[in-house]
Design a binder for this molecule. Structure first.
Ligand SMILES: Cc1ncc(COP(=O)(O)O)c(C=O)c1O
Length: 389
């Protein structure tokens, strides 16, 4: 039996809060009606979807005319935004426009843009990041002068934790009227995003990074920003996403964001306290270790490291055998190169790129479980190094 306090992969997903489950439950049971049905019985479900939408609007301080579309995941939300912009440009001009993305996008964005580029609908252009994984805004400003059709930049990096200067990027894009998509799947789970302060044209989010259900996401699209359906059928979601609404999950998502706001100060202080303790412990007690990503501007629950000349696959597996869940991110396996693409992007040399490890804390992390994880990590790194010395 796995112990919940030994789970240190909250950036991958989180368990559902009991309050979220309670809010969802009626929509699996007595309030199961189809929101599109006209009778009173089903209208309770319809109103629940409307209410959830309004709660998210308030949460993100979106304008009354901005559109909030529920999707099946954050990945689907990012796909819909990118497909919409790319195909709209293609339809209007018959030409492939350029999509500017950062070098450290999640595959939800990167592979969507590359996939569309492979089909000839767009071209992908990369904005590099610095050694701290911050997007090079000076280069963004240069590249945006060529008028890409979309800029898509992750709000906070899932593997390295670095938070991007989202409001500044939004201003750069707005100044030249290029739409800006921010994949805020991680950022929105650990900060309170205000769309009046950060004029983002498309925000994409999910629920399962903040103690809500998996399999639900949303797009918050500024009024007037191009957005077309990607799934055709019925006229749900104002014709922008066909299919009977996943009422319980939509309700659960709104509830997860409501609780995030209410508990924000306490929750982020708690996850940061344990996270900082782990960072200090690793850097001071494990030789040849380094923090990856930005030292301060990082997600409050996020610690990421690299261990010199250590194979993180073995490290993760050894920690798993001791009952700890940690992540090594998306390891790049192409062309026999073993290493993490994001560590290459931030310029680490070969002896560091196989040793990436991500530890993310959350509601059920304790000082004791963090201490046990640190002890296991120290021991495992030492053993792995002695085997290859
Ligand atoms: C930054 C980022 N974008 C997108 C996704 C995909 O989210 P979903 O699982 O809701 O599709 C993730 C999930 O890890 C993520 O971290």
């Amino acid at each position: 039996m796995q112990r919940l306090e030994n789970y240190f992969d909250y950036a991958a997903t989180t368990p559902i809060l009991p309050e979220v489950r309670d809010a969802m439950n009626p929509y699996f049971n007595e309030l199961f009606g189809n929101p599109s049905a006209p009778y009173a019985f089903a209208q309770r479900a319809f109103h629940a979807v409307c209410q959830a939408r309004e709660k998210l609007r308030v949460h993100f301080n979106a304008s009354a005319d901005d559109r909030i579309v529920f999707t099946g995941s954050s990945t689907e939300a990012a796909n819909q935004v990118i497909w919409s912009c790319v195909l709209d440009h293609w339809r209007k001009t018959g030409k492939a426009g350029t999509v500017l993305i950062s070098a450290t996008e999640h595959s939800a964005v990167r592979n969507t843009v590359y996939g569309l580029a492979k089909m000839g609908f767009c071209e992908a252009e990369i904005v590099p990041v610095g050694a701290d994984a911050k997007v090079r805004c000076d280069i963004l400003e240069e590249k945006i002068a060529a008028r890409p059709i979309l800029v898509s930049i992750i709000g906070a990096n899932n593997e390295l934790g670095t938070i991007q200067p989202v409001a500044g990027i939004a201003e750069i894009c707005r100044a030249v009227q290029v739409p800006f998509h921010c994949d805020a799947t991680q950022l929105a789970a650990h900060s309170l995003i205000d769309l009046q302060t950060a004029p983002i044209d498309y925000l994409t989010i999910s629920a399962h990074k903040l103690y809500g259900p998996k399999g639900i996401g949303a797009i918050v699209a500024r009024d007037g920003a191009v957005l077309n359906p990607m799934i055709f059928g019925g006229s749900q979601e104002s014709g922008l996403r066909a299919g009977t609404e996943n009422v319980a999950y939509i309700v659960g998502m709104a509830e997860a964001y409501r609780i995030l706001k209410t508990d924000f100060a306490v929750r982020s202080a708690q996850e940061r306290k344990i996270r900082d303790w782990i960072i200090l412990g690793v850097l001071s007690e494990i030789p040849d270790s380094r923090l990856t990503g930005h030292a301060e501007d990082r997600l409050s629950h996020h610690a990421s490291f690299s261990f010199r000349n250590v194979d993180s696959l073995l490290l993760q597996s050894a920690l798993d055998q001791r009952g700890f869940a940690v992540s090594i991110g998306s390891a790049c396996r192409s062309n026999q190169i073993r290493g993490q693409q994001q560590l290459i992007e931030i310029g680490l040399s070969p002896e560091w790129i196989n040793g990436g490890l991500r530890i993310t804390t959350g509601l059920y992390s304790t000082s004791d479980s963090a201490a046990a994880l640190l002890a296991a990590l120290k021991d495992t790194v030492r053993t792995l190094r002695s085997l290859t010395a």
